[in-house]
Design a protein around this ligand. Structure first.
Ligand SMILES: NC(=O)c1ccc[n+]([C@@H]2O[C@H](COP(=O)([O-])OP(=O)(O)OC[C@H]3O[C@@H](n4cnc5c(N)ncnc54)[C@H](O)[C@@H]3O)[C@@H](O)[C@H]2O)c1
Length: 488
């Protein structure tokens, strides 16, 4: 680990020198790096799909949708919009400040640390990198130890495409992360669990480093069957896609559990079973379309959640597991105990609890009784229910009548609130995430107001009172002696 410490310190020195040289601030440099990311993904599509298959058993179509294609799109958007993003924004200052002028310029933070997660090891590494580069920063990326093939691929390939004096990759687990967190960074961007998020925040506090924490949590899905009964086939397909179609539910925005009225639970479960069969056939293990569980540790975690006697008794579909193949069958639970671990921890796997309520309006109270989720999904056409969800609950995002799609839409900010995270990124929000918005005020020496300066008197106090209210006409009258000081 002494060697690693030296490597980290040496990398940091080099990145700081590069940043100080000013090279990464130029739009030309940023664009060259963004083009290189696109080229790297396009040149290495097969290799990337291979590593994603080795680490997670991801089908190449799923890998392209969730990772490669997503990254190409994100880098292309940044490339297309960068000229617009970097333009200083003029601020219209109130007359009070005349003749000063104001603007906001986005300046890079400097040298930033990005720590990524294993479930989307390519996109969750490259997408923040795109933001950091767009902002003009130098970056050190720590990939996740739990996706070792993707991590090794990134460590080997990134230096041959990108400016390796400005962008570096370090592989490793918690011990390496600890060394990294002992250093001073200008910004830390972390994707991972709320538990480790707390460690990151505590380490960042040491140097007052700004952080973005992209965390997880339990994303509830409300099914208001009364208002969407005609579209139930699409509803069930979307829920199934959101639970089993993206890394086997090992996704921060995956459907964690469903809330539905008691009377509709059985039909919903029957439709879910049919949909699972239509997605993965009679033998999902051999379908090639379901990712595996990332590691033995995570497999055992899921096994523990499922083996709780109360939870086991609630299985209405699936439940089989194969530790050698790290396979967990798509599984549906009906009303597992609400105090069980599975209903209080992020599931992060292909298990779907269905929680029944007497009235779907109770879903609001249910969600409010839990930490703020990263996403809330609600299948409903009831405008009253929609309004209640928006105004009475808090979450990173709310998506009506769909799931997970909000992640792909880079016109919307992506991030959590409370337990599900701090900050947001994607599209222009990524540029902002990695830029400090610096306020610029261009003052003028052409005139000077004595009321700003001591010695203080009642006239100056009256002047300041009017100035705060922007009561310009009265200010003129005051200066002309046409209104009395005490009348203010
Ligand atoms: N919001 C998002 O965009 C998003 C995306 C993917 C995953 N997630 C969340 O990430 C979690 C799963 O990912 P994970 O298992 O990689 O998370 P994790 O928190 O266990 O690990 C994340 C990173 O922290 C590092 N780490 C682990 N222990 C550490 C320690 N003691 N000190 C310092 N660093 C340490 C790891 O090396 C890894 O790089 C879930 O909660 C999921 O919801 C969020």
């Amino acid at each position: 680990m002494e060697d690693m410490k030296e490597t980290v310190e040496q990398s940091l020195r080099e990145m700081r020198e590069t940043f100080a040289s000013g090279r990464t601030r130029s739009v030309k440099w940023r664009k060259t790096q963004l083009r290189a990311i696109i080229e790297m993904v396009k040149d290495n599509e097969d290799k990337m799909c291979d590593v994603l298959f080795q680490d997670l058993g991801k089908h190449s179509t799923e890998a392209f949708r969730d990772e490669l294609g997503f990254v190409i799109r994100s880098a292309t958007t940044a490339l297309d919009c960068l000229d617009k993003w970097v333009v200083p924004r003029k601020s219209n200052l109130p007359l009070l400040f005349y003749p000063a002028k104001g603007k906001v310029i986005s300046e890079p933070y400097g040298t930033v640390l990005v720590m990524s997660s294993w479930n989307f090891p390519i996109s969750l590494s490259l997408d923040p990198l795109i933001g950091a580069i767009s902002g003009g920063n130098t970056v050190l990326l720590k990939s996740s130890e739990l996706s070792p093939n993707a991590s090794a691929f990134l460590a080997k390939t990134i230096p041959s495409y990108l400016d390796n004096k400005a962008i570096k990759v370090i592989e490793g687990g918690p011990d390496v992360a600890t060394i990294l967190l002992q250093q001073q960074w200008d910004k830390i961007f972390f994707t991972g669990s709320p538990k480790i998020g707390r460690i990151i925040l505590a380490a960042a506090a040491e140097h007052l480093t700004p952080v973005t924490l992209e965390l997880g949590g339990k994303c509830p899905t409300i099914v208001d069957h009364h208002s969407v009964s005609k579209d139930m086939k699409s509803v069930v397909k979307r829920i199934s896609g959101g639970k089993w179609g993206s890394c086997s539910g090992q996704a921060c925005i995956s459907v964690d559990y469903v809330l539905v009225e008691q009377s509709f639970a059985s039909p919903l479960i029957e439709m879910l079973k049919t949909t699972v069969k239509s997605f993965f056939g009679d033998n999902p293990k051999e379908s090639g379309c379901l990712s595996k569980i990332v590691s033995k540790k995570h497999f055992q975690r899921l096994a523990r959640l499922l083996n709780d006697p109360g939870v086991k008794a609630s299985i209405v579909y699936g439940g089989s597991m194969d530790e050698d193949k790290l396979f967990v069958e798509p599984t549906i639970l009906l009303d597992p105990p609400l105090d069980s671990e599975i209903m209080n921890e992020e599931i992060f796997g292909p298990i779907l609890p269905i929680i029944t309520l007497r009235d779907i309006q109770e879903s609001i109270g249910f969600i409010k009784s839990k930490p703020k989720p990263l996403a809330i999904y609600a299948f409903t056409k009831d405008e009253n229910l929609k309004t209640r969800i928006l105004s009475e609950t808090s979450s990173g995002s709310v998506t009506f009548n769909d799931v997970m799609i909000q992640y792909m839409c880079d016109a919307l900010p992506f991030g959590g609130v409370g337990e599900s995270g701090i900050g947001r990124y994607h599209g222009k929000y990524s540029f902002e995430c990695f830029s400090h918005e610096k306020a610029i005020m261009e003052g003028s020496l052409a005139m000077d107001l004595e009321a700003r300066y001591p010695p203080w008197n009642s006239f100056k106090l009256a002047f300041i009172r009017l100035a705060f209210r922007e009561a310009y006409f009265k200010l003129v009258l005051l200066m002309l002696g046409l209104i009395k000081v005490r009348d203010q």
